[in-house]
Design a protein around this ligand. Structure first.
Ligand SMILES: [Zn+2]
Length: 280
């Protein structure tokens, strides 16, 4: 109930902001307002960005923040989720940063630390096991935290969902341990596969120096097809939208490099989904 009240309050803040913007346009008069709309299209007038955040699972050990950045210009909605596995620091550190970004249009929803207990302990799992096995496609998520996360994501009606992970191994390489690192795994929705290919290519061209070993090159991972109880599998099956698992490897890499890789993949994938990061 507390969450429900909070949500209504937050929504009201957003509405207030929108109506004061309308009042502002009205005050400017018809001709000026029309000019403003044209200028806005050319980027001369900055949009009325709103930022808010709220807590899910409040009062429990799982309580965590959801950040909502609304550009104030119509556009797609993207969700970025970090920290499902508490020992994969690069994911939640990158997502903490993404929660401070500004964007040119649409809405960016960030849940940086989706598994706070596991993050606190620095462990892969929490007391209920692997959080990323609690999202069966076509069914209710199987823990309270998974349900709260899914409801938070679903309530924003996203066009795309990105989930950040790190692996101790390497995907499809003879060198290093086996694992899922250095790959972008797309859902089976149209366009996601190409996004993964193009993002891997972009990363290798601009963010993996030639001096790095070949096995650190990013790849397109296998297609996420809703046949396993992972968050992005549920996104694929239930939402039928473009989604991605972004995996870096901890093998032979530094934490700050992994964070930077995540940030660049997120920025590039948002761009491919119609949202540009903006800078002051
Ligand atoms: Zn993971």
């Amino acid at each position: 109930m507390a969450n429900e009240n909070r949500k209504q309050k937050s929504d009201r803040i957003a509405i207030d902001s929108a109506s004061s913007r309308r009042a502002f346009v009205r005050k400017m008069g018809g001709t000026l307002a029309a000019t403003a709309i044209v200028s806005s299209g050319a980027g001369a007038v900055s949009a009325a960005e709103t930022r808010r955040s709220y807590t899910i699972r409040e009062g429990t050990e799982d309580e965590t923040r959801v950040y909502v950045i609304d550009a104030g210009e119509p556009g797609p909605t993207a969700v970025v989720v970090g920290g499902i596995h508490g020992n994969e620091e690069s994911g939640y550190l990158a997502a903490d940063d993404v929660a401070t970004w500004s964007i040119d249009k649409g809405k960016l929803v960030v849940i940086p630390r989706s598994n706070p207990v596991a993050i606190d302990r620095g462990t892969y799992v929490n007391d209920n096991g692997n959080l990323n096995r609690k999202f069966p496609p076509g069914k209710e998520p199987t823990t309270a935290l998974a349900r709260a996360l899914w409801n938070a994501i679903d309530s924003h009606n996203p066009n795309t969902v990105l989930n950040l992970h790190a692996s101790q191994g390497i995907y499809r390489e003879d060198d290093g341990p086996d694992g899922s690192g250095q790959a972008i795994y797309p859902t089976y929705s149209e366009g996601a596969g190409e996004d993964a290919v193009m993002t891997a290519r972009y990363m290798n061209r601009y963010h993996v120096p030639d001096s790095y070993p070949e096995y650190l090159a990013f790849k397109r991972g296998n297609t996420i097809d809703a046949d396993r109880p992972l968050l992005i599998h549920k996104v694929a099956g239930d939402m039928r939208i473009r989604g991605y698992i972004l995996e870096v490897t901890t093998y032979d890499t530094e934490l700050d490099t992994r964070v930077r890789w995540h940030l660049n993949m997120v920025r590039h994938l948002l761009r491919r989904n119609g949202i540009d990061r903006t800078y002051d």
